[in-house]
Design a binder for this molecule. Structure first.
Ligand code: G3H
Length: 450
């Protein structure tokens, strides 16, 4: 067993597990009942769990609470969607194929994959765990959850809610430890039949190590906000501030670069600065808008990006200020393509502005990035919005709003290095099963059922 595995999985990973086989035979409606009960347990323990998110990952208290409640809603939706989706199969007759008689009927139906390894990130240790666990369970799988090191207690307590809900033993197994110590062991384990991962560049290493298992991954993003000269600038400014600075920018869907058409750049920047001045900076317990970033290494990385941009001539519109991991919100104007901030994701409360001649230039910048998660476009011209959306090579384009994953049943996916597969409740359930076919060979050609 790997070191630091203080709660070894009850499921035997060496034989691919067995708990899921009983679970797969459990009627679908009963699986849904257990999931709904887990959702209720989360609601009942919302304050308690939120307290852990505040302490472990410095999530502002109100956001922590909404993460728990959002997770409960996601589980409920998954139970309902799973019942509808997994109830369906397909009947195919052989004579639809060129030259064939009706000598065979094929019954296709969903079967579980087996054991799903779920690895959520520190910024949503509960919600992005539930978005993997619930689809895996409703489809009849067992789960091994490897929570983030910061966020592990929240993960363990969230898993306890499933236990309190009556989930049979062996179906949700929590293995804590540092990714660099236990990650390879889990990812390469032959008992794992699917990996669902959310995080950064580690995903690329996982993809190289994992063998013959389906992968669902949401990795980094450099979500661009393209602002056209005809945009509602108040709306765009609010989206930049909410999208760029909420939870100190530690969201893969945060606005990570603003590309604004020159004629309105001064006005937009002024409006954004006005709103930044209203943001409170402090501790998550006090519901500050800007809270400390997750660790010193992240804070150092963010500072490195800012220093690089400053050295190359970017204009800092607020004073650079940092106390340990707490970084004050910062907008950098006149960022250029030779600066790291134009391409790298700070995952912090720092937003670069690039001035452009036309929105198409902004879309081209977005498409040049190795990331392609989301992007957004602000314009009053719906035809322009649709044309820009169609040109923007990202998994999602938001028109006149900041990037966001939710509502949680919307398809959510990244292009290029931003991910593999698609999420959102329905797509996640579809990730978690295979199709099994049984072929009935008929006693005589052209036999009909009716
Ligand atoms: O950090 C990655 C999350 O998938 C972003 O989710 O848009 O709901 O904050 P969000």
């Amino acid at each position: 067993p790997p070191p630091h595995c203080f709660h070894p999985p009850r499921l035997s990973l060496t034989d691919g597990g067995s708990a899921w086989r009983d679970w797969a035979r459990t009627p679908l409606w009963r699986r849904a009942v257990v999931l709904r009960a887990a959702a209720q347990q989360l609601r009942d323990h919302a304050e308690f769990l939120a307290g852990f998110l505040v302490q472990e990952v410095a999530k502002p208290a109100k956001d922590a609470r909404s993460e728990i409640l959002r997770s409960a809603d996601l589980i409920d939706y998954t139970a309902e969607e799973g019942v509808r989706l997994l109830a369906q199969g397909q009947l195919l007759a052989s004579d639809a194929f060129q030259g064939a008689d009706r000598t065979k009927l094929c019954l296709a139906s969903p079967v579980p994959l087996g054991v799903v390894l779920c690895i959520p990130p520190f910024n949503y240790p509960v919600n992005l765990a539930c978005s993997k666990i619930a689809p895996a369970l409703i489809a009849g799988n067992a789960v091994v959850l490897k929570p983030p090191s910061q966020g592990a207690l929240s993960g363990v307590l969230m898993a306890r809610c499933f236990q309190l809900a009556g989930l049979p033993d062996g179906l949700l197994n929590v293995v804590t430890g540092r990714g660099r110590e236990i990650g390879d062991y889990l990812v390469e384990h032959p008992g794992v039949n699917c990996i669902s991962f959310t995080g950064g560049n580690t995903g690329l290493a996982i993809a190289r190590r994992a063998a013959m298992v389906p992968l669902q991954m949401e990795l980094g993003g450099k979500d661009a906000c393209v602002v056209c000269a005809d945009a509602d600038l108040d709306l765009a400014a609010s989206a930049v501030v909410k999208g760029g600075f909420s939870y100190s920018g530690q969201r893969c869907t945060a606005v990570k670069v603003v590309l604004v058409e020159e004629p309105v750049a001064d006005a937009l920047v002024a409006k954004v600065c006005e709103q930044i001045a209203q943001l409170t900076v402090g501790m998550p317990e006090d519901n500050a808008s800007i809270v400390p970033v997750v660790d010193a290494k992240s804070a150092d990385f963010i500072e490195g990006l800012v220093r690089d941009a400053e050295g190359k001539g970017a204009q800092l519109l607020q004073e650079w200020r940092r106390e340990d991991n707490l970084i004050w919100p910062l907008l950098l104007d006149r960022v250029t393509k030779d600066m790291r901030l134009a391409w790298e994701e700070p995952f912090g409360p720092v937003v670069p502005v690039i001035r452009i001649q036309a929105a198409e230039e902004g879309v081209a910048h977005c498409n040049e990035s190795r990331f392609g998660l989301q992007g957004c476009v602000f314009t009053r011209d719906i035809n322009r919005a649709l044309a820009l959306s169609s040109a923007m090579e990202t998994g999602t384009v938001q028109i006149n709003a900041a990037p966001a994953r939710g509502p949680d049943h919307f398809p959510f996916q990244g292009m290029r290095d931003s991910g593999i597969g698609s999420q959102g409740v329905t797509n996640s359930i579809k990730m978690m099963f295979k199709t099994k076919t049984t072929v009935l060979n008929l006693p005589q050609p052209n036999y009909t059922l009716g």
